[in-house]
Ligand binder design. Structure first.
Ligand code: ATP
Length: 361
């Protein structure tokens, strides 16, 4: 059989024209989305873009104003949360503070009337899944670290045996190192359990590490859905390209076969836009790591003259700020290609057309 997340499989969740109005304001607008069984899908977007509103509808805490949400083909717009085979892992984690790790995890089973011995057995199994030591079973949950509590919350969600797990920024309160470690663990857990994970965050970095696919939201709309590589390598517009990381954006106008810079002087060669649109005005987006310093005689499709006025160490890489007229361009190089300390700060920077995106908006 094909893997559960294969593109051909029936979507576990399907959204068609989903909209949520608050008074006259559309917090979520016209969302069409197929969530594949077993995938790790992350919804990213800036604050207020509608991520939480979308998740609340998927989890059943809110109903769409328009459109349909189906689960394995069944319409679930009005199905209450406790009847859905889904479970929400909150940002606050919402653990019972006076209970032990084991009691927290086995809560769902207790509600179902499962006996104490079976509950303990299952709690220990789930603790092993999330890599908590057995002797934590009787430990008070408030005596656990932030990362351990995160694992307890996950194990508790797994105890409901949901088909889909929703995560609402579960890692945002944790320190950087723990967060990085838990991102990788969550990804491993996803693979090991084969469940469908739907995760929301405003951190694209987080999304990039964990997700099979990423959906980018802006102002209530889902503007692009794709693999991390697609979102990074083929953003549909400037908003997505700038959300994905630092970029250089240059406005250009076309005169016949030639493109002229609007905010920098010169004539430029542009790759055709990915959607094949015929443009008279375009934005060229060049990632800093595709910009380089040119020595006399070096070839590049496009070049600009400027002056380095700042440089920052990014650890193994260095980022330069280069002033070109009024514009500041970013050039990022590995330390091995850094400008020599004594080298002139008057520089020529360049890039090849194929390394940049041409976007219409
Ligand atoms: P954040 O990252 O800050 O959590 P978000 O992307 O999750 O933001 P939402 O919480 O979904 O955004 O909110 C989207 C928009 O809808 C916001 O403008 C918000 O003010 C508005 N909104 C959300 N819930 C309600 C509500 N119950 N009544 C009125 N407006 C609401």
């Amino acid at each position: 059989a094909p893997p559960a997340h294969a593109a051909t499989a029936l979507p576990i969740l399907q959204l068609v024209g989903v909209r949520k109005m608050f008074g006259g304001f559309a917090a979520v607008e016209g969302i069409d989305l197929d969530v594949r069984e077993g995938e790790f899908l992350t919804i990213v977007g800036p604050s207020g873009s509608g991520k939480t509103t979308l998740l609340r509808m998927l989890a059943g805490m809110d109903q769409p104003s328009e459109g349909n949400i189906t689960l394995r083909g069944e319409l679930i717009n009005d199905m209450p949360p406790n009847r859905r085979p889904t479970c929400l892992v909150f940002q606050s984690l919402a653990l019972f503070p006076h209970k032990s790790v084991g009691e927290n995890i086995a809560f769902a089973l207790k509600v179902k009337g499962v006996d104490a011995a079976t509950r303990k057995k299952r709690a220990l199994e789930l603790m092993r899944v999330v890599r908590l030591p057995d002797n934590y079973h009787d430990k008070n949950v408030m005596k656990c670290s932030g990362g351990e509590r995160q694992r307890v919350a996950l194990a508790r969600a797994f105890a409901y045996d949901p088909d889909v797990l929703f995560f609402d920024e579960p890692l945002s309160a944790l320190d950087y190192k723990l967060k990085k470690a838990l991102e990788k663990e969550l990804k491993d857990l996803h693979r090991e359990t084969g469940k469908t994970f739907i995760y929301i965050t405003h951190s694209l970095e987080e999304a990039m590490v964990m997700s099979d696919r990423i959906g980018v939201m802006r102002a209530g709309k889902l503007v692009q859905v794709g693999t991390p590589e697609e979102i990074y390598g083929a953003p549909v517009d400037r908003f997505v390209s700038e959300f994905v990381g630092e970029v250089n954006t240059l406005k250009m106008t076309r005169a016949g076969a030639e493109w002229h810079g609007v905010d920098v002087p010169g004539t430029f060669t542009l790759a055709p836009p990915k959607d094949g649109a015929a443009l008279d005005e375009a934005f060229v987006v060049i990632r800093p790591e595709y910009m380089r310093f040119l020595a006399p005689g070096d070839r590049a499709d496009n070049r600009l003259s400027g002056a380095v006025y700042n440089e920052y160490s990014l650890g193994s890489r260095i980022q330069y700020q280069v002033r070109v007229g009024e514009k500041v361009m970013l050039v990022e190089l590995s330390r091995a290609h850094a400008l020599a300390p004594g080298a002139s700060r008057e520089v020529t920077i360049g890039w090849d057309a194929a390394d940049a995106f041409t976007l219409g908006s």
